[in-house]
Write a protein that binds this ligand. Structure first.
Ligand SMILES: Nc1ncnc2c1ncn2[C@@H]1O[C@H](COP(=O)(O)OP(=O)(O)OP(=O)(O)O)[C@@H](O)[C@H]1O
Length: 215
């Protein structure tokens, strides 16, 4: 998607469907785009809710992922490559070289999504992938978010269509964009226009929010 015509189709879709779901190859710029979009939304007075799942690096190596509540800043480990990073105990599930800390992750997933459903103008879930879906309760909560009628922005794993066809179908009710190195600069530059399309009614009465990890 590099031409204005293609972009206008995305913009038209976002205006009518009010939800945007981003996918693409690893490292293609999905989270960077969503950060820009979040900044643009906050600049328009939108209250954001939901969570991000940033990686944690030590010595240049990725050692863990966290779940961070966008509205409150509360955080917890989602998964660790080395269990010595975290206190023992709690339910765990293995995913490749990572161990998912099911209970710890769910605590922040649950509270961030519940708070977002109650009071956010736009709900952001970055990301929806195999590790997040290994946390019991998350899929159900996400379905509730997607059916809430609030504008939703997600980043989802490029294989979600085969991993969870039912969930993918729900995402298709919004607008799906494949992000790669070829279009990320263009799309990121237009984050403000996309924010306008998402926020035109949703954020009109809100006074913004005091805290954001994007601030
Ligand atoms: N529009 C852009 N122009 C230049 N560099 C970018 C752009 N978007 C992202 N990057 C760079 O690409 C790298 C990966 O970005 P990012 O973490 O947003 O990708 P991602 O798709 O979310 O990654 P992952 O698949 O690991 O979740 C980062 O170093 C980021 O600074």
């Amino acid at each position: 998607m590099q031409s204005r015509g293609e972009f206008n189709r995305v913009l038209g879709c976002v205006k009518s469907r009010r939800s945007l779901h981003i996918t693409g190859p690893p490292g293609s710029g999905k989270s960077t785009f969503v950060e820009r979009l979040a900044e643009a939304l906050r600049g328009r007075g939108c209250r954001l809710g939901g969570f991000t799942a940033p990686e944690v690096r030590r010595g240049g190596r990725r050692v863990a992922f966290k779940i961070v509540d966008i509205a409150s800043g509360e955080e917890a480990y989602l998964a660790v490559a080395d269990e010595r990073l975290v206190a023992p105990g709690g339910r765990r599930a293995r995913h490749g070289r990572y161990v998912v800390l099911v209970e710890e992750a769910w605590r922040v997933m649950y509270s961030s999504l519940r708070a977002a459903l109650a009071s956010a103008d736009v709900i952001v879930v970055d990301e929806v992938g195999p590790m997040e879906l290994a946390v019991p309760g998350f899929r159900e909560a996400l379905v509730e978010v997607l059916r809430s009628g609030k504008p939703v922005v997600t980043v989802f794993h490029r294989r979600l269509r085969s991993l969870d066809p039912g969930l993918y179908k729900l995402l298709e009710r919004g607008c799906i964009v494949w992000l790669d190195e070829g279009n990320r600069g263009y799309l990121t530059g237009l984050a403000g226009e996309i924010a306008d399309a998402l926020s035109s009614e949703a954020c009109s009465d809100s006074g913004g929010q005091g805290y954001s990890i994007y601030a």
